[in-house]
Design a protein around this ligand. Structure first.
Ligand SMILES: [Zn+2]
Length: 412
């Protein structure tokens, strides 16, 4: 009987060390200013000796580094604060969208250290070929990361569609993908990242969800509850409530593009009629502005619309105003339902925000019951068009910070 005791004891000790590593690293990650070892002991309730030992492990594993001490008046040597390291593990963020591929690398501190945006219309491209292009870009990113002293510890991929628990894309209507086994297709290529315990090699998630998470964890921190809308050819929303993404029962929440704004209106790719996407999706805005799609590659549509609106071109202004009104109708419904006070316009909507925000706000004012007492803020995302890929990489980084022992215990 007794042999069972030793492994249990060892496991407990291992767990305690793992908990302390996560506790101390979490404090360093969340701190406004680089905390000293003494600050960490106070904040965690651990002894100074334990904190010192944990910090030594974190320093040796390239998870933290010592900040330059701030000059201080008075006697005594200033204590050196600790910050998340800018070498060591990093997250790989990937996105496949209708008209671009994005690859980025984010370090532990949340800094974007590499980004590539490859513009191309991917609708005529088979999923395996689109993923093969993405793998090529990821390989270049990995080499660039290595040159900067970073090791890719895991990857997350954003896709504008419905993803199931196994990472299969059930449906991405605007890409034309149905039942695409993304993890299987990617496993035909050499691994994109190093193998690190506790960090999944690949997570596939909805693009709007990952963009919302990117916004939630951006610095300086924004509100804990908000609606993030990614406006591309399709329109998706990420609903963040009390600092957490609201995913719904199957993880498929946020399909704001298919909220009806004209119940008897235009038929939609989803099979319904009068969906928001048909009035405020990128293609709808382009068509309403009188631009000929064939003469305007999808990848330049948003920039061209912004240019025309800036120049005061009436058709473009009218198209953006109508799109903003349709968007405002849908957003007002969501705000009435969920009692949110912040709406972030992301993806292709961000550069169009100067023209979309006023009609969205007008609809909110007219339709939201509580708007008179509690104004709703509508603003563009600060993350830029790569929000979903940055959010994807950030989700990997947060996993490393939450369970640092996996990185420290990795083989090699
Ligand atoms: Zn629809």
């Amino acid at each position: 009987m007794s042999p069972t005791h030793a492994p249990v004891g060892a496991a407990r000790q291992g767990s305690l060390r793992e908990l302390n590593l996560a506790l101390v690293l979490g404090r360093i990650a969340a701190a406004d200013r680089p905390p000293s070892r003494a600050d960490l002991a106070t904040a965690t309730g651990l002894t100074r000796a334990t904190v010192s030992a944990v910090v030594e492990d974190l320093l040796a594993g390239q998870l933290v580094s010592e900040a330059e001490p701030a000059p201080r008046a008075g006697a005594g040597r200033p204590a050196r604060g600790l910050v998340l390291a800018d070498t060591g593990p990093a997250g790989l963020g990937l996105e496949v969208n209708v008209d671009y591929l994005t690859v980025c690398v984010v370090d532990l501190a949340g800094q974007v250290r590499h980004r590539t945006v490859h513009r191309a219309d991917l609708r005529p491209v088979a999923p395996e070929d689109a993923l093969a292009r993405l793998v090529d870009l990821a390989r270049q990113a990995r080499a660039d990361a290595a040159r900067q002293g970073l090791t890719l510890a895991g990857a997350a991929l954003a896709v504008p569609g419905l993803i199931d628990d196994s990472g299969q894309v059930r449906l991405a209507p605007n890409l034309g993908w149905r039942d695409v086994p993304v993890p299987e297709l990617l496993s035909a290529h050499p691994p994109l990242t190093d193998r690190v315990p506790d960090v999944p090699a690949l997570v596939v998630d909805n693009e709007a969800n990952l963009a919302a998470l990117g916004e939630l964890h951006s610095r300086p921190p924004g509100p804990a509850s908000f609606l993030h809308i990614s406006g591309e050819v399709g329109i998706g929303a990420g609903i963040v409530l009390d600092g957490a993404l609201f995913r719904g029962v199957r993880g498929w929440s946020g399909e704001i593009g298919h909220l009806p704004v004209h119940p008897q209106g235009r038929p939609c790719r989803c099979g319904g009629r009068g969906c928001l996407e048909q009035y405020a999706g990128q293609e709808a805005i382009v068509a309403a502005a009188g631009l000929v799609r064939a003469e305007l590659p999808a990848d330049t549509a948003t920039a061209r619309l912004a240019e025309l609106a800036q120049a005061g071109e009436p058709a473009a202004l009218r198209a953006l105003n109508d799109a903003g009104t349709a968007l405002g109708v849908a957003v007002a419904g969501v705000v009435n339902l969920l009692d949110l006070d912040t709406v972030v316009l992301g993806g292709g909507y961000a550069p169009l925000a100067p023209w979309l925000c006023p009609p969205v706000l007008a609809e909110i004012k007219a339709r939201v019951l509580t708007a008179a007492w509690s104004p709703v803020t509508v603003r563009p995302s600060t993350l830029g068009p790569e929000a979903a890929a940055v959010g994807a990489a950030g989700s990997v980084v947060r996993r490393i910070v939450a369970r640092p022992a996996g990185w420290l215990n990795r083989a090699g």
